[in-house]
Design a protein. Structure first.
Length: 317
């Protein structure tokens, strides 16, 4: 049987619809205390840091954030700002430094910086342990533990995040969209960890729960639901339940067609690859040719590459 790989579209085709929320919370607090003036040296160094991150110049970003830390300390010592403003800035900058460390793969430094961010924010009563910003950082820590191979900390971290968000929604179903979005992120990331350890049934459960959140949070025909359904189908393939995989790929495809989703070429290629596994080369060829055509129309080189590979496999059947 020909082996064809599948895309987990949530991870590989688009940045997650769920935005990182913690930094937004810290940004509002920071701007609220430091005002909107662009002449402040702390804000200027932070801005330079953000620009460097966008340019993927992480060394310069780190230097800029450290200059911001020195500048805010000097302002505090000269009594230009009070202690609360000092702590607010330190929370924001430590969070930004943690993000840089994570991007460059310095996991220990990222862990230390995120823990320091949590410590300052919670001990000084800026935030509660159940606030979205804290849950998001806790989710990043759980992700770091997964990358470090610390399975026990990974499980407990993700489960804490998920339970915290679900408890908030249970207490108030009208919680903010960011609460639902963060829950979706936690469910998806935990499922990825479970997949990496071949816990397919558990991963499937969390992906289905994530899809339910998408429907509640974004609606039945949102592109993110296409991603969620595609990922569920891909897990069914890993479980060798090809009929269920076909069902979910087709559901994803129908919604993708309804909302004209950018992942349509990949969805057709995935369905074509599935038909090859089911020894249905004619159907596979039909799907992959559509995927190739849409890939060209949407300027998606990865989809074109995968479609051509699939078409080549069909020719050998």
């Amino acid at each position: 049987m020909n082996k064809i790989n599948f895309f987990f579209s949530g991870a590989e085709q688009r940045k997650s619809t769920y935005k990182f929320l913690g930094t937004v919370t810290f940004t509002r607090a920071f701007l609220g205390l430091f005002g909107k003036s662009d002449s402040d040296p702390v804000k200027e160094q932070i801005r330079q840091g953000h620009i460097s991150v966008a340019r993927e110049d992480y060394k310069e970003a780190e230097n800029a954030y450290h200059r911001a830390l020195r500048a805010v300390q000097q302002q505090f010592e000269s009594k230009k700002i009070d202690k609360r403003q000092l702590l607010t800035a330190r929370i924001y900058i430590f969070d930004a430094l943690g993000n840089v460390a994570l991007k460059i793969g310095d996991l220990q430094k990222a862990e230390d910086l995120y823990k320091e961010t949590l410590k300052i924010a919670v001990q000084n009563e800026f935030l509660k342990m159940t606030d979205n910003a804290i849950v998001e950082i806790s989710m990043r820590l759980a992700t770091i533990y997964a990358m470090m191979g610390k399975d026990e900390e990974t499980h407990s971290g993700f489960q804490y995040c998920i339970k915290t968000q679900e408890d908030k929604i249970k207490a108030d179903p009208d919680e903010s969209p960011s609460t639902y979005g963060l829950l979706g992120m936690c469910l998806e990331n935990y499922a990825k960890f479970l997949l990496s350890s071949k816990q397919f049934d558990k991963a499937l459960d969390y992906l289905k729960r994530a899809e339910e959140v998408v429907v509640k949070y974004l609606g039945e025909e949102h592109p993110q639901r296409v991603v969620a359904l595609n990922d569920i189908a891909s897990v069914y393939i890993l479980k060798k339940d090809l009929d269920k995989a076909e069902e979910y790929f087709k559901r994803a495809l129908n919604i993708g067609l309804a909302c004209k989703d950018e992942t349509l070429p990949i969805l057709y290629c995935n369905l074509g690859a599935l038909y090859l596994r089911q020894a249905k080369p004619d159907k596979a060829l039909e799907m992959c040719k559509i995927g190739e055509k849409l890939g060209m129309e949407m300027n998606n080189p990865e989809a074109i590459k995968r479609a051509k590979f699939c078409i080549g496999k069909c020719a050998k059947e």
